[in-house]
Design a protein around this ligand. Sequence first.
Ligand code: MN
Length: 219
Amino acid sequence: MVKLTWYGHAAWLVEFERHTVIIDPFLKDNPKSPVKPSDLKKIDFVVVTHTHSDHIGDAYEISKEKGAKLVSLYENIIEADKSGVKEENIAAMNIGTQVDFGGIKIGFVQAVHSANCTGTVITADNVTIYHAGDTGLFGDMKLIGEMYRPKVALLPIGGYFTMGPKEAAMAARMIKPEIAIPMHYGTWPPIDSNPREFQEILKGEVKVPILSPGETFIV
Ligand code: MN
């Protein structure tokens, strides 16, 4: 069983049986997040797709306070120790393959965006979650689907900075997850897209739960 809790925007708490991961923990300044970093309990890994403030958010603070391993691309976090993150908690990787952190594997994949953005594929308990980061549509999403067979794809649908509902639906058709959950919409006016549009396009093809911020989906 894997529990996925959406904190609004691209922030997700992923609770595997033994490992708890927070992805893109934009909490304090996130108008939709029902939690602040101090409300979090056990966090083992903080995974960051890129350094835009709506993604790296409170990552350093959470890593410091929870003793969690901070995982991102090299340039994104190599100087995190200057902000007080313990050196042994900095996993400065790059796009390529999943790294085994002891029962949980975390990898980065391509995303089409600025700021060196990535997607991330996280596997534990025989379940793979693909968080696409901020991205436009690109053909190699098909390859990511074939390579990692994610059960769940978390896809941005807000438009303006990322895919909109139509592009994200095409992405889901390429990735072929069992479940596709929309994210990165509704935070502010420019990204107020309609998740029902995404759901409607994929009707009968991919399961699309629409979550409210703070809601948990169990896989
Ligand atoms: Mn963003």
